[in-house]
Write a new protein. Structure first.
Length: 342
């Protein structure tokens, strides 16, 4: 962190700033220029509140030298993290496709979708059991029964399962039921929940909040890593912009940005990003071409009758076409991967 003092700063002002920084256990270095003094704070500056420091007399501005996330930072861990979900590796050489309905609705529905997405080449099954809905009158999910049905679908297909947790009170049941815990966009900054999943060793799928910056998202990952859980996969699922044609705006640039800033794998959710089933194919290809480690796609056997997110759910047949398209660019992807992530 660098504190730039005003031209008019007095020696007393400079001393106050240095004392404040050093009282937090950091070292300072002072550069006295012809007109202005600059103070460098050396050490873990996470303990210094920049807003408070900027209120000190004589301070012109404060610049940060390093990102505030450490454990998620590629500078601190140059080898890329590969997250293993029952043998399925996210962050390795091959893109991973996660597929399934927005919500588990019945045994027949989840088992039949699981079988068809597996036949098409999906590696992990998704399905919401506890649904965070905008309206309290909308379908809230089958809750614990939904998790049981996911386990049945796993038994039938062998696919590992991922489902969204909505509160830390559900940690025990998620710990024993799912292979990967999803933290949804609405809970990305539920710090209590982040700390709780941080205590677990279960892989976590951390979605980006719809109004969150990349830095805020990585700080949320930092909470989980800091708790001791290193198995974090990030998921870009679109952010709010002024555009209304799509449900959200897919931030493709988040993929190379995350690759540059962090060692954590990143996947993309074209379903929630666009809200339109027919966009899943082009957006999946775009995401993978830009370096994503996988995609998560909503699939429903009867999208028009889905209890949640039907308009963005592809049919099993359309999903099969998406898998064909992904497979057709595998050659490009394996050649380009190293180049893209540099
Ligand atoms: C979901 O995956 O069904 C979901 C609710 O996603 P998000 O948290 O990205 O809105
Ligand atoms: Mn959904």
């Amino acid at each position: 962190m660098i504190v730039v003092m005003k031209l008019t700063a007095t020696l007393a002002n400079i001393k106050n700033v240095i004392d404040k920084i050093e009282s937090s256990g950091l070292f300072t270095t002072k550069i006295v220029g012809a007109d202005q003094t600059v103070i460098g704070a050396v050490g873990d500056t996470g303990c210094i509140d920049r807003d408070t420091l900027s209120m000190f007399d004589g301070v012109e501005r404060i610049l940060k030298v390093q990102e505030p996330f450490k454990k998620a930072n590629i500078a601190f861990k140059p080898t890329r993290t590969v997250v293993d979900i029952c043998g399925v590796k996210i962050g390795g050489n091959k893109p991973v496709v996660i597929a399934g309905p927005c919500s588990v609705e019945s045994r027949e529905q989840i088992v039949s979708i699981a079988k068809s997405v597996k036949d098409s080449g999906a590696a992990i099954l998704r399905g919401g059991a506890f649904k965070p809905r905008t309206s309290p009158y909308a379908f809230q999910g089958l809750e614990a029964d939904g998790l049981k049905l996911l386990i049945e679908a796993k038994k039938e297909t062998g696919l590992p399962i991922v489902s969204e947790i909505t509160t830390s009170r559900l940690m025990d049941i998620f710990e024993e039921s799912v292979d990967m815990i999803q933290i949804g966009a609405r809970n990305m900054q539920n710090f209590d929940l982040l700390k709780e999943v941080g205590k677990s060793k279960k892989p976590v799928l951390l979605k980006r909040g719809f109004s969150s910056t990349i830095e805020e998202w990585l700080m949320s990952a930092e909470y989980i890593l800091n708790g001791g859980n290193e198995n974090v996969v990030l998921c870009e699922r679109g952010i709010r912009t002024f555009e209304t044609y799509t449900r959200n705006t897919l931030d493709i640039s988040a993929i190379p940005a995350v690759k540059r800033l962090s060692h954590l794998p990143i996947i993309v959710d074209p379903s929630h990003a666009s809200g339109k089933s027919w966009m899943s194919l082009p957006l999946s290809l775009a995401a993978l071409a830009a370096g994503a480690d996988g995609v998560i796609i909503e699939v429903h056997n009867s999208p028009e009758n889905a209890l949640c997110d039907g308009a963005q759910s592809v049919t099993p047949k359309a999903f099969d076409n998406i898998m064909d398209a992904i497979n057709s660019i595998q050659g490009y992807l394996s050649n380009a991967k190293d180049m893209i992530s540099e």
